[in-house]
Design a protein around this ligand. Structure first.
Ligand SMILES: *Cc1c(COP(=O)(O)O)cnc(C)c1O
Length: 339
């Protein structure tokens, strides 16, 4: 059996994945498969031209013995938006949510027990399939949802990390794909990520690609800063609209804090009391330090900003949001789908 205490963010073979394919203008039946391997044409546009988008969400074993899935309707909407950008068919919101529920129920015993504070990660993926050579969106599409039990991704609220500002690389173009959850954005951020790991930084902070003057986000999570009882997060057209960020912003309001969504100039980093990364996998990873360097791997550091590691407001927001997810705190906004 699984050792829940050793879970990281890794693949585990579960009972099933669910999938459906779109061909000749319509979706086929939803299939449940015990094998994770798929067979597609070697000439699929997802393999050649990056016609791919995905989502990430979680299911939780809760205090009351029920299973909760956090805001799947929001992930459905975002996947539809990404698919439209790629010019491919997408499942309806209803089809998406039903398939998520199905795959969670088929893999119930892989949802970590409530006491472990771990969860079942759900990975919906939409890819262009079917043989083609020309550069155009695919007429055939495969929608799949896989699941795996995961622990706290980077270590969670108790594991603050240092981050480095990327002055050499952007993750997206000024009017490009940054706000869509497409695989291509990840391909574009891998190189900077490898350099950063070598230099001892688990996190890379990207600036707005047009002027490199404002904070955008980390490679796979959003940025927030806290000062004077205010939750502040960037307003930028190249940032991926994180559902965790939007939820934390609402929780901050509910707990009586002020919130601001506006451009954040790099210099403002010196004024924050707390800084964090937020996303589904981590919820919040506190950022202890941000180094501004001309080159990620270089010795020279232009500026270094330090923060209270896992500061009190980040912790309050984290406890409240995870409390909703584990059924400990009242879900006043009706965010969770309860099974
Ligand atoms: C998925 C993702 C996030 C986090 O979004 P959530 O909905 O909170 O999981 C942040 N940034 C990028 C680039 C992402 O791809």
């Amino acid at each position: 059996m699984i050792d829940w205490s050793k879970l990281a963010f890794n693949y585990t073979k579960t009972n099933t994945m669910v999938c459906a394919s779109y061909k000749e203008g319509k979706w086929g039946h939803v299939e449940s498969r015990t094998c994770d391997d798929i067979t597609i044409s070697s000439l699929s546009a997802s393999l050649h031209y990056g016609v791919e988008c995905f989502e990430g969400l979680k299911a939780f074993n809760c205090k009351d013995g029920k299973i909760r899935i956090f805001r799947p309707d929001e992930n459905a909407k975002r996947l539809i938006r990404s698919a439209n950008y790629l010019g491919i068919a997408s499942p309806s919101e209803e089809m998406f949510v039903e398939m998520v529920k199905q795959v969670v129920l088929e893999n119930k015993e892989f949802i970590p027990p409530y006491e472990t504070r771990a969860s079942l990660y759900i990975r919906p993926t939409l890819i262009g399939i079917g043989p083609q050579l020309g550069v155009k969106p695919s007429d055939e599409v495969l929608f799949m949802i896989m699941v795996a039990p995961v622990g706290a991704y980077a270590g969670g609220i108790d594991a603050p990390v240092p981050a480095v500002i990327s002055r050499e690389y952007d993750r997206a173009a000024p009017k490009g794909s940054g706000s869509y959850k497409v695989g291509g954005n990840y391909a574009a951020s891998l190189y900077a990520g490898i350099q950063a790991k070598k230099a001892g930084y688990p996190a890379v902070l990207y600036l707005d690609p047009k002027e490199n003057k404002f904070i955008d986000e980390f490679s796979s999570s959003n940025f927030f800063g806290i000062k004077e009882n205010t939750y502040i997060t960037p307003d930028s057209s190249t940032v991926l609209p994180s559902i965790t960020n939007k939820s934390l912003e609402q929780v901050a309001k509910d707990l009586g804090y002020k919130t601001e969504r506006r451009p954040i100039p790099v210099e403002e980093l010196s004024t924050f009391e707390e800084v964090g990364e937020c996303g589904t996998a981590v919820v919040i990873t506190p950022v202890a330090r941000i180094d501004d360097k001309p080159s990620i791997c270089g010795e020279e550091c232009t500026k270094s900003y330090s923060y209270q590691a896992a500061g009190p407001i980040s912790r309050k927001l984290y406890n409240h949001l995870t409390g909703i997810q584990y059924g400990e705190v009242e879900d006043t906004h009706g965010w969770c789908v309860v099974l």
